[in-house]
Design a protein around this ligand. Structure first.
Ligand code: ASN
Ligand code: ZN
Ligand code: CA
Length: 331
């Protein structure tokens, strides 16, 4: 008639998010019964299969340093849990597919692998250890980014090339960043930077910036007719910029100690509506109006429809959506 699964929790000492609570049922494995049964596995340098489920009878996982192989697992397991809670509490969605079933995570992929990825084939997230094995790609924003590739595949299905690919990448940056803010984790406060904790270039700079994407040297700030020719991690720039402008507005601003200065293509001033309304609009557009072939023009239409549904036609929110798109040259 019904089944009962114990909800057990242990302590994770993560590298990027401090000490956290982890789902560890049954009997001290990295299994999050409260969140669809999400499990975290050790690939131990392998590049296929599931590897080995993490087990530790002390129920204390990692020590905050990458030299302990459970540390990356604690970060990945935590990132999946916070993203799950964000989807549920903020977006009203029960897991990636809305069916209450979790994906799983794999850490220690390959040798000094400096990336992380989502796979529709395994319905799983995979993380490398980073260069020199010291900075695994398991920060909260990156976990939210990768899990959101699963969400996008389950909803709009944005094709991973040209403009739809840029929108797919931006959706992962937008919701990954939103997860970081949602967590309100004192060791990893929210920001509009992607991968800032990983120091992927070794000079302290993040992978991407949302206030002015061209700060990375490659991403586009504004839409133009050739933007779809860029790599999807650079054609995401205008949509990331749209999300920043819609949330925070144009110009200079400091948030959680990080300074931003967001320009507009036409010198207009955009007034932000706050990131909570902004991500609710983006998610409704993604899950209701966007399709596999949605381009930048289509994203403008989809988010305007979503804002009209949520806040009313002619609402301040809908007006701000139009203004933010116009400011990145999507008229
Ligand atoms: N980390 C990258 C991403 O999620 C991996 C890739 O390029 N597919 O976009
Ligand atoms: Zn991505
Ligand atoms: Ca970040």
């Amino acid at each position: 008639l019904y089944s009962y699964e114990a909800i057990e929790t242990g302590t994770g000492n993560t590298q990027y998010s401090g000490q956290v609570t982890l789902g560890t049922a049954p009997s001290f494995t990295l299994t999050d019964t409260a969140r669809g049964g999400h499990k975290t596995y050790d690939l131990a340098g392998g590049t296929n299969g599931t590897g080995t489920l993490f087990t530790n009878s002390t129920d204390v996982w990692g020590n905050g340093s990458a030299s302990n192989r459970e540390t990356a697992a604690a970060d990945a397991h935590y990132g999946a849990a916070v993203t799950w809670d964000f989807y549920k509490n903020e977006l009203g969605r029960n897991g990636i597919r809305g069916d209450g079933v979790a994906a799983y995570s794999r850490v220690h992929y390959g040798n000094a692998y400096v990336n992380a990825f989502w796979s529709d084939q395994c319905f799983c997230m995979t993380y490398g250890d980073g260069a020199g094995n010291l900075k695994p790609l398991t920060s909260l924003d990156v976990a939210g980014h990768e899990m959101t590739h699963g969400l996008t595949a389950s909803t709009a299905g944005l094709r991973y090339s040209r403009e739809s690919g840029g929108l797919n990448e931006a959706t992962s940056d937008i919701l990954g960043t939103s997860v970081e803010f949602f967590a309100a984790n004192s060791s990893d406060a929210g920001d509009y930077l992607i991968g800032e904790k990983i120091d992927i270039r070794g000079n302290g700079t993040p992978l991407r910036y949302m206030d002015k994407p061209s700060r990375d040297g490659n991403s586009a700030d504004y839409w133009d007719r050739n933007v779809g020719r860029l790599d999807v991690h650079y054609s995401s720039g205008p949509a990331n910029h749209f999300f920043y402008l819609l949330s925070e507005g144009s110009g200079a601003k400091t948030i959680n100690g990080v300074s931003y200065n967001s320009p507009t293509s036409d010198g207009s001033t955009v007034t932000g509506i706050g990131r909570v309304k902004a991500y609710k609009i983006w998610y409704k557009a993604l899950s209701t109006y966007m399709t596999s072939s949605t381009d930048y023009k289509g994203a403008r239409t989809a988010t305007l429809q979503a804002a009209n549904d949520l806040y009313g036609a002619n609402s301040a929110e809908s007006t701000a959506v139009a203004a933010a798109w116009s400011a990145i040259n999507v008229k």
